[in-house]
Design a protein around this ligand. Structure first.
Ligand code: PLP
Length: 465
């Protein structure tokens, strides 16, 4: 059998696993180091080595007589995309452009300052105390208890930490988990646009269909984006299973009032809908307003899944720790998906956050912290040719750019952001990117979760326009 392909015994090629070595042998792909590859092959009962034709074109090996035959298998067909409409996100594109041109990046929504050193000390202490193995699947118990206490303190609603709260790898995982767990192929999900960019891909991955309702854009009479609840009601059909809401809202900075929650409650209860309430900016609400969580409305809370994220609240977007809060029957389904999506979320961060949450001051003072930055940036922007729109919550500021047409020409929002980044040196995000089919409103989004010096540097560039 020596020399026969049937007797081929594969040893892993250095740097490659057995299966990769087998695959390379089977389809004749030679790694960059051919000697390494050959050294990984041995013929059973024979020291003979396969010989490859060095004239192989384009890196594809042809075997000679006593070498491995290359069967005439066709190359792997390109994968059928689960998300054919998805490309690189606008946030990645703008951030890359900002880096390339050395622009001040007010595009992507993350702070350019660090978190409280006490929180870092808690992580360090947790790691050194040996909290480095898997936590319970549902989340570190003390963190679930702390989340439950915080919700009760703010909204007067009681979520059982054992049966109704689940710690997730940020809000993005929480959103995907909720949609995969509760929405079925063919179901419809109402998405109010402009909308955060993970909702629609999650709906698509669940085999469901997004139904879009645009917010009413700002006008001279009504300077903020509002939700047209009558149009939301009209969008409900026999297949509607879920409605996704987000307040405080990215990208518009609008904040739900009690009337919005009552309208939502009426529609959800009339039609038996689940509400997915994205509340990641819950602690950033300005001018003395309060965050109207669905948790405050018992009939609504009964059918709602709340999503939040510590990344936004404690300036640690890279930690990716968030949570789901939902009634026990819904949570039971959420956890089935969570268990096989990530199983658990890193332990030391959870331990640290559970301890850090015992002091309410950091989240209680967050609105004041960001309101000062909003005022600094908004006042500066008002001295430019941009027209700032009201920012009622989040760390975003919208602005119209129609006053700049003599400088840049008649550009759509994406073109304008490219011009602003490359020619002016300040990166912003087009609001049109938050629509399934881009809609032009001549409005862009700036993120003011930045050091004062960063904001002042950006303002100096914008004021020079
Ligand atoms: C509205 C909204 N939801 C969810 C997320 C995702 O949060 P996380 O980073 O915790 O996944 C973001 C992040 O920008 C957001 O703006």
């Amino acid at each position: 059998m020596a020399g026969s392909p049937a007797a081929l015994k594969l040893n892993p090629t250095p740097g490659f696993g057995v299966s990769e070595t087998r695959r390379m042998a089977g389809i004749g792909i030679v790694p960059s180091s051919v000697p390494d590859y050959l050294a990984g092959l041995a013929w059973a009962g024979s020291p003979a080595m396969p010989v490859f034709d060095s004239a192989a074109a384009g890196g594809i090996a042809r075997s000679s007589d006593n070498a491995i035959p290359v069967p005439p298998w066709p190359p792997l067909a390109p994968p059928v995309s689960r998300l054919p409409k998805v490309g690189t996100t606008i946030f990645t594109v703008v951030s890359a452009l900002a880096a390339e041109h050395g622009a001040v990046n007010l595009g992507q929504g993350f702070p350019d300052f660090d978190c409280d050193p006490r929180l870092l000390d808690e992580v360090d202490a947790a790691m050194r105390a040996g909290h480095n193995q898997y936590p319970p699947m549902t989340g570190w118990p003390a963190l679930r208890q702390a989340i439950s206490r915080t919700i009760a303190l703010i909204h007067g609603a009681v979520y059982d930490p054992d049966r109704e709260i689940t710690v997730t790898a940020g809000a993005t995982q929480a959103i995907l988990t909720a949609i995969l767990a509760l929405v079925h192929p063919g179901d419809e999900v109402i998405v109010i646009e402009p909308a955060y960019d993970s909702y629609v891909p999650a709906i698509t991955m669940a085999g469901a269909v997004p139904v879009f309702v645009p917010m009413t854009p700002p006008s001279d009479q009504q300077p903020t984006y509002t939700v047209p609840w009558d149009r939301v009601r009209q969008a409900v059909g026999p297949r509607t299973r879920m409605i996704i809401v987000n307040s405080p809202h990215n990208p518009t900075s609008s904040v739900f009032a009690a009337d919005d929650l009552l309208a939502l409650q009426q529609i959800a209860c009339d039609h038996g809908l689940i509400v997915l309430s994205d509340e990641v900016y819950e602690h950033m609400v300005f001018d003395g307003a309060c965050h109207e969580s669905v948790a405050r409305y018992p009939a609504l809370a009964e059918r709602s899944v709340i999503v939040s994220s510590f990344g936004k609240t404690f300036h640690v977007t890279g930690w990716k720790v968030g949570y789901l809060a939902a009634p026990a029957a819904l949570t039971a389904e959420l956890r089935k998906v969570h268990q096989f999506m990530v199983f658990t979320v890193n332990t030391p961060m959870q331990v640290a956050l559970s301890r850090y949450l015992s002091d309410p001051t950091p989240w209680q003072t967050l609105s004041v912290f960001y309101q000062r930055k909003r005022d600094l940036f908004g006042a500066g922007l008002a001295r430019t040719r941009f027209e700032p729109l009201p920012s009622r919550g989040t760390y975003f500021q919208l602005a119209r750019y129609r006053g700049l047409v003599d400088r840049c020409g008649d550009l759509n929002e994406a073109e304008f952001c490219r011009w602003l980044t490359t020619k002016v040196g300040v990166a912003a995000i087009p609001v049109s990117a938050f629509y399934d089919e881009p809609r032009e409103s001549g409005i862009v989004r700036f993120c003011f979760a930045k050091r004062d010096e960063t904001l002042e540097r950006a303002l100096a560039l914008l004021q020079a326009l």
